[in-house]
Design a protein around this ligand. Structure first.
Ligand code: NAP
Length: 327
């Protein structure tokens, strides 16, 4: 099969298009004929820090969508032919989604509703799982809650707006850096879109959510903590999902105590299997209800996988997809 492979880590241009043996699914695994792969920041970051490919080569990219074409021992044979979205494909194995086929544990190939496009399926994975876990880290219902999503045009933020809407949030406020991103946030259901660089961003959010914000999905805790604290309702919950290796945040502990604010942190790779399963179920239900749509696409052929990862690294707005032949 054709695949974008790497033999040692580095910048996206270490990727090469190669012919490699088509993988066979082992016990409990399925093979997916990929239709498209969805690229996220984690893909270029993982490549940058990879120390090598112990088995000779590895294929990057966690997310994708396609059709199961083979199942390993212990997997129901009638899963063959199933349309699926794929998650965490490159996390614990070498068969990432930037290839004609990927092999993953059966529970990482999730049935994709017939009404959903493969492009949407490839846009779920990392962004939607992260968004859902941040919205509901403890499984508490969101019904009626006021939610603030920072970075509402980002992959995670845009999914967070939609999932909050689907889950019955009372009011969804999003912050963005400018009008183009504002349109992407408003287009998926944010009630209020606020430019976070405005001098009066805090009072705009307070006007939008006079009772205060109950849940925060936070992409930049270091720059936004003061704003978040200023607009938080008592007993609010703030989930932070992004940082650089050097990010350090000074916490105004007394003010956080006074607000009884809960600040939590998450990394998708280390959430519990139970938490991951809860997020998969919520996202699948939202897809089946027609509640999720993808960001505008930028499409790359497999031969240009390096350019696809570089586009994400360089801050492309929208969803970066790698097209694969498997429909
Ligand atoms: N913890 C996890 O498991 C996990 C999971 C998924 C993603 N992540 C990380 O989360 C980050 C975002 O991922 P993504 O896929 O959503 O990336 P993305 O599509 O590039 O979106 C990031 C968004 O954040 C916005 N932003 C940046 N600084 C901001 C600020 N101070 N206030 C409000 N918005 C701000 C950006 O827009 P402007 O710069 O124009 O404001 C951009 O729209 C990445 O660093 C990624 O590695 C972590």
């Amino acid at each position: 099969m054709k695949a974008a492979i790497y033999r040692s880590g580095g910048s996206p241009d270490v990727l090469e298009l190669a012919d490699v043996p088509t993988p066979e699914p082992g016990p409990g695994e399925v093979r997916v004929r990929m239709v498209c792969a969805g690229v996220n920041p984690t893909d270029w970051k993982a490549l940058a820090t990879a120390t090598g490919a112990p088995e000779g080569f590895a294929i990057p990219v966690q997310d994708g969508a396609g059709v199961i074409d083979a199942v390993g021992p212990g997997v129901a044979p009638d899963r063959r032919g199933e349309r699926v979205w794929v998650l965490l494909a490159a996390h614990s194995g070498r068969w990432g989604t930037a290839a004609e086929y990927s092999v993953v544990p059966a529970d990482r190939a999730v049935p994709l509703a017939a009404s959903a496009s493969f492009e949407l399926g490839a846009s779920l994975g990392v962004p939607a799982l992260t968004a859902w876990h941040c919205l509901s880290p403890d499984g508490r219902p969101l019904h009626g809650a006021s939610v603030l999503v920072s970075g509402g045009a980002g992959a995670v933020g845009n999914m967070a707006i939609q999932l909050a809407r689907w889950a019955g949030a009372g009011r969804v406020v999003a912050t963005v850096s400018g009008p183009d991103k504002g349109r992407l946030a408003a287009g998926v259901g944010a009630d209020h879109v606020i430019t976070y660089t405005d001098d009066d961003a805090i009072s705009q959010i307070q006007a939008a959510a006079p009772e205060g914000i109950d849940r925060f999905v936070e992409v930049a805790l270091d720059t936004n903590l003061d704003l978040d604290l200023a607009v938080a309702a008592p007993h609010a919950r703030l989930a932070c999902y992004a940082a650089t290796p050097d990010t350090v945040v000074a916490m105004p502990v007394r003010a956080l105590m006074a607000a009884n604010l809960t600040v939590s942190f998450m990394l998708l790779y280390t959430v519990t299997p139970g938490e991951l399963g809860a997020a998969v179920r919520a996202i699948s239900a939202a897809v089946a209800a027609g509640a999720l749509s993808p960001l505008p696409f930028h499409r790359f052929p497999l031969a240009d996988a390096a350019e696809a990862l570089a586009a994400v690294r360089d801050g492309a707005v929208g969803k970066i997809l790698i097209d694969l032949p498997g429909a």
